[in-house]
Design a protein around this ligand. Structure first.
Ligand code: SF4
Length: 356
């Protein structure tokens, strides 16, 4: 009994000091008090930036900010470590989801004010003349149109790249974390999407082209669960009350659930998957010799001037598809929603919340 008690007392101490453990990271395993977890977390963030050469001094960084946990942590970390050597401002995208985005946007604007960061809100409505609330019923009615999040993500990427150029940013930083990246990798394997897989990493894209602003992911090696813990410990406000009402239609939820299961049974699984991808990356990406030929295939989209290999870029193609679908739906109402039964409505962003 006595030795058991001593062992428990030892186990509750931080690995680095005599303080009580605030967080245990099973993959280490690491036991940290608040101070040493913060140090560990921030050092890994800076190490990722150095390792993948994400930021150079004097560059202008546009921060993609949603008001959620990942981009809230990102904006605070960027301000803390890079605002002396770099200029930065934030862009917040309003997809037009009543009751969800409005609240997150208000929080994002307030945070930018507190951090003295210029902030611009760009809406789908202004850019494309639509809102997610109008768009999603059309997509849900027609299984051929693909997933709601695929639409939303494509339109968001179009806005981010366009505005990064407009604001003369050298880099566009997003809050993608380790979990997001590993989910994407596994999704690409399951979907046999080799082209998309090749473009993954802490910096997006495989070729340099003047039409694309490099997207960087400084939280590439940071687990989602630790971002939530860091925000809680540092008092970083973020919007977490509601999930997007359309998030239950994202296939990604299934991958998140599966990978969360593996990570909790076999800690370190997500890091292993990421390392595996980084090991094969040089083998699957085009060589320096092949890159100019790939870049030469790109030209301006006929409609929005964003770079594309086709006549219209993916976002403009989608808008065209939506317009056609809107017209069709007025005269020919589709009532069969059977295809939606494949989604598990219990899996939304709260799947993550519940495991913390
Ligand atoms: Fe868009 Fe999907 Fe995110 Fe909702 S959950 S904001 S639809 S990407």
């Amino acid at each position: 009994m006595g030795s058991e008690k001593t062992k428990n007392a030892q186990e509750t101490k931080c690995d680095k000091c005599e303080e009580k453990v605030a967080i245990t990271l099973a993959y280490g395993p690491h036991n940290f008090c608040e101070k040493h977890f913060t140090q560990f977390f921030e050092n890994r963030f800076k190490k990722t930036v150095r390792k993948y050469k994400l930021i150079k001094p004097k560059e202008k960084i546009l921060l993609a900010y949603s008001g959620g946990k990942d981009s809230s942590a990102l904006i605070h970390l960027m301000k803390k470590f890079y605002s002396r050597s770099n200029t930065m401002e934030a862009i917040v995208i309003d997809e037009g989801v009543k009751g969800y985005r409005d609240n997150a946007i208000n929080l994002a604007k307030k945070t930018c004010e507190e951090l003295q960061l210029p902030c611009t809100v760009i809406s789908f409505k202004k850019e494309f003349g639509i809102t997610n609330d109008k768009l999603m019923p059309l997509i849900l009615k027609n299984p051929k149109m693909g997933g709601t999040c695929a639409f939303c993500g494509t339109l968001r990427r179009n806005i981010m790249n366009k505005y990064a150029k407009k604001f003369s940013a050298d880099k566009l930083a997003t809050g993608h974390n380790l979990d997001d990246e590993v989910q994407s990798f596994v999704m690409n394997v399951f979907n046999n999407d080799f082209d998309r897989m090749k473009r993954m990493s802490a910096t997006s894209g495989i070729i340099d082209h003047e039409g694309f602003v490099k997207r960087i992911k400084p939280l590439y090696e940071t687990p989602e669960k630790e971002i939530i813990a860091y925000c809680a410990m540092k008092g970083i406000k973020h919007y977490s009350q509601e999930c997007c009402p359309y998030s239950w239609t994202a296939k990604r939820n299934e991958y998140r659930e599966m990978l969360n299961h593996f990570e909790s049974r076999f800690p370190g699984t997500e890091y292993s998957i990421l390392r595996f991808y980084e090991n094969i990356k040089p083998l699957i990406r085009p060589s320096e010799k092949e890159k100019p030929a790939l870049a030469s295939k790109l030209h301006e989209c006929k409609q929005c001037k964003e770079p594309t290999e086709k006549e219209l870029c993916k976002a403009c193609e989608m808008i065209k598809q939506i317009e056609l679908e809107g017209k069709k739906n007025k005269s020919n109402k589709i009532t069969n929603l059977q295809h939606l039964n494949k989604y598990n409505k219990a899996l939304t962003c709260s799947t993550t919340k519940n495991r913390t």
